[in-house]
Ligand binder design. Structure first.
Ligand code: ADP
Length: 227
């Protein structure tokens, strides 16, 4: 109950900031206090805050869907194929951040929900790109270990300190709030990732060294497919 209350308070707070900005800039335009150039600048700010609200609301909806034991269709999914699609989606963003993004591995099947797995890999790779350094590397590997399929996302970025490693899965927890916001973060990505993994009866762990980089490793039970 306390977590729920904290979450509602945080949601209200997070939504309030961009809305206050939208309302403020719109009021200036309404009162005729913006000249031609200002109008364009204010419209840009309104646009930016509106996009931020949309991103936040999308993440909040996704999280609450995962909370309420959704009626999701599970099927045989090749995690390597999902990783390939996701890596392709992020190729442009990696280029913009001057980070090289690679995928290694081979076909590995799990019983899962494709969309949820795509969101999961997307969040991990997006973070690995956003919290990286110039000319950094992100390497995604899909393989088998024991009775599990593993997906490792390794980056050569800023790393996460030991204390923070335990907290980054909390809703709205961000190590560096301004960097997160500047790069379009909501502080919900890893909370969504963890919920999705739990629904797949999997696990996630972090290995990280500050200033060196981070590896997120996800394990999900394998389905053996007859050839
Ligand atoms: P955000 O939207 O802020 O990225 P997440 O829930 O995805 O939120 O991650 C929570 C926090 O964990 C981030 O704000 C960042 O401080 C830290 N973090 C996540 N992934 C990485 C990474 N690969 N390297 C360094 N820090 C990370």
């Amino acid at each position: 109950e306390q977590l729920r209350r904290e979450f509602s308070a945080n949601v209200s707070h997070e939504l309030k900031t961009p809305l206050t900005s939208i309302s403020g800039y719109a009021e200036l335009i309404e009162n005729g206090m913006a000249s031609g150039d200002d109008t364009v600048r204010f419209a840009k700010e309104i646009h930016k805050s509106a996009n931020r609200l949309l991103t936040l609301i999308n993440d909040i909806i996704r999280l609450s869907q995962l909370d309420s034991t959704p009626e999701t269709t599970f099927e045989k999914v090749d995690l390597y194929e999902v990783a390939q699609v996701t890596v392709d989606m992020l190729a442009m963003s990696a280029q913009q951040h001057r980070v090289s993004l690679q995928l290694e591995g081979r076909k590995c099947y799990v019983y899962g929900n494709k969309q949820m797995l795509e969101d999961l890999i997307y969040n991990l790779c997006d973070n690995a790109i956003r919290y990286n350094v110039e000319n950094g590397l992100v390497c995604v590997t899909v393989g088998e270990v024991d009775d599990n399929v593993f997906l490792a996302v390794r980056d050569t970025g800023i790393g996460i300190s030991k204390e923070n490693q335990e907290r980054v899965f909390e809703r709205f927890y961000r190590v560096d709030k301004s960097r997160s916001k500047q790069t379009g973060g909501t502080g919900l990505g890893l909370a969504i990732a963890r919920n999705a993994i739990l629904l797949h009866r999997g696990s996630i762990k972090i290995d990280s060294e500050e200033g060196q980089g981070t590896v997120f490793t996800v394990k999900i039970p394998i389905i053996y497919v007859s050839k």
